[in-house]
Design a protein around this ligand. Structure first.
Ligand SMILES: [Zn+2]
Length: 116
């Protein structure tokens, strides 16, 4: 499949399944973050600002986890139709080393660099 051996394909599939589970666990842990900060809490002005900053950072982290989780799901679907390992932009094969580092990536390095 796309320049990958069947061993590499099953290794990457396993990596994606594990990554998906890790992200699900992280998302479950950060579920409460979206709740607003209790305004009745007797905290000072500074600590309230700290709390809001921390919440913003945690929400940004959570959003990043959600985006990554979506990529993992899409990558797992790509195994089904045999398109895994092909760049969605240029259709070239994504090298195994890149997939091993970022198994959920849908694009090759040069397309990623062009995107940024
Ligand atoms: Zn590409």
């Amino acid at each position: 499949m796309n320049g990958l051996t069947s061993e590499q394909v099953s290794e990457l599939h396993g990596d994606l399944v594990v990554l998906g589970r890790e992200l699900d666990a992280l998302l479950e842990m950060s579920e409460d973050i979206a709740k607003p900060i209790e305004l009745e809490q007797p905290i000072g002005r500074l600590s309230r600002m700290d709390a809001m900053q921390q919440r913003e950072m945690a929400m940004a982290n959570r959003a990043a986890h959600e985006r990554r989780r979506a990529l993992v799901s899409e990558a797992l679907e790509a195994f089904e139709d045999g398109s895994y390992g092909a760049c969605v932009t240029c259709e070239g094969s994504i090298p195994f080393a890149r997939l091993k580092a970022l198994p959920e990536t849908p694009v090759c390095l040069s397309c990623q660099e062009r995107r940024e």
